[in-house]
Design a protein around this ligand. Structure first.
Ligand code: PEP
Ligand code: MN
Length: 364
């Protein structure tokens, strides 16, 4: 399902941008000095385009630092005045949104926990009506592309055209090396459903640890994402939230130096970038296709052994013609060419029969 939403490209609200959209700043605003010292250093790196900072912090459990509250809005205004950088913060209810708009923040973002709640998103969207703020929408904590799209639609229905989606990873349901696992498949699906929506990545909340920031940031560029949100703190070890994943402004610059940003190519950069981006997506899809084929092979072999134990033939015509009819129908529903599907499944089936015959003839 392709949604045609009237969403602006990043350049519409950030005309001087000539690189990926890089947003940086501390997880939480803590003190005026921390906010301004961090901003001064970040602003020296001209690759940083927006300053971020959490004013109200959604914490998973009560008792941890919940943000400085409204005073932080004043500090963000000071950052903008001094550095010229647009500034942004997370809003999680109507009151935050009202205050953030009143303070003239350039960017508002909806956090992962809020995106997961249509009531919260609607409450925020109702306040956004009539404003020209830039609104960034993080993915919900669960990999549900419909829920993510729903939030984007609600904000869009409020008349907001400057929208950016942020991939910040999904809650893992078992131990993984990342704090929130990246799910590029969901991102690809969002891209497919709303092709003109800019999507950036938040490697900080995916990684949870500084050591993984590089690999995730590079992957994000390889996947053609249009920017990064990376947390930066003047003294990460003393940060009141997310201490393990924040970078000093100097380390942020070093990280950026190492990243291959696929924007600088010789002749026709725009064409080459787009081509690269599309090819990277094809590569990712192909690798998923191969993984699926390999899972299919495992099951085919298991069936082969089972048939052997029961003295049943490898080739069973009824099953074969039912499978073919069904796959052609499924393919048609997905707008895939009938001849292509026939040839593809003939090949797949032929190879399955070959593998099962081999099992019958060779395995003990
Ligand atoms: C944040 O950006 O600091 C934050 C809390 O993010 P998320 O909503 O992705 O957890
Ligand atoms: Mn954070």
């Amino acid at each position: 399902m392709t949604l045609k939403l009237d969403i602006n490209p990043i350049k519409a609200w950030l005309p001087h941008i000539d690189n990926p959209l890089l947003i940086s700043g501390p997880c939480s605003l803590e003190t005026e000095k921390q906010v301004l010292d961090t901003a001064r250093l970040l602003a020296k790196d001209k690759r940083v385009f927006v300053y971020r900072g959490g004013v109200w912090k959604p914490r998973t459990r009560p008792g941890s630092f919940e943000g400085v509250g409204s005073i932080g809005l004043k500090w963000l205004q000071m950052v903008r005045e001094e550095t010229g950088l647009p500034v942004g913060a997370e809003v999680a209810n109507a009151q935050h949104t009202e205050e953030a708009l009143k303070a003239g923040l350039d960017v508002l973002w909806i956090g992962a926990r809020s995106t997961a709640s249509p009531f919260v998103v609607q409450e925020i969207a109702d306040v956004l009506k009539g404003s020209d703020a830039v609104v960034m929408i993080k993915n919900p904590v669960n990999p549900d592309v419909q829920l993510w799209m729903g939030a984007i639609e609600r904000v869009h229905q409020a008349g907001i055209k400057n929208i950016v989606a942020i991939h910040r990873g999904f809650t893992p349901f078992r131990d993984t090396k990342y704090r929130n696992y990246p799910n590029w498949k969901t991102v690809i699906e969002l891209r497919r459903n709303i092709p003109n929506l800019p999507i950036i990545c938040d490697p900080s909340h995916i990684a949870g640890k500084r050591e993984y920031l590089h690999e995730i940031s590079q992957k994000a560029f390889d996947m053609g994402m249009e920017g990064l949100m990376l947390e930066s703190h003047i003294d990460p070890s003393c940060a009141l939230s997310d201490a393990g994943q924040q970078l000093t402004p100097a380390d942020l610059s070093k990280l950026l130096d190492k990243l291959v940003i696929r924007y600088e190519s010789a002749n026709n950069p725009e064409f080459e970038n787009r081509l690269d981006m599309l090819r990277n997506r094809i590569d990712a899809i192909d690798s998923e296709l191969l993984e699926m084929l390999s899972s299919r092979v495992e099951i085919v072999k298991e069936i082969g052994r089972y048939k052997k134990e029961n003295n049943v033939t490898a080739l069973q015509m009824n099953r074969w013609s039912q499978l073919m009819d069904n796959r052609i129908k499924l393919g048609k529903d997905l707008n895939l060419d009938e001849t292509f599907i026939k040839i593809l499944f003939q090949l797949i089936h032929e190879d399955s029969v070959r593998m099962q015959t081999e099992i019958m003839d060779t395995e003990e």
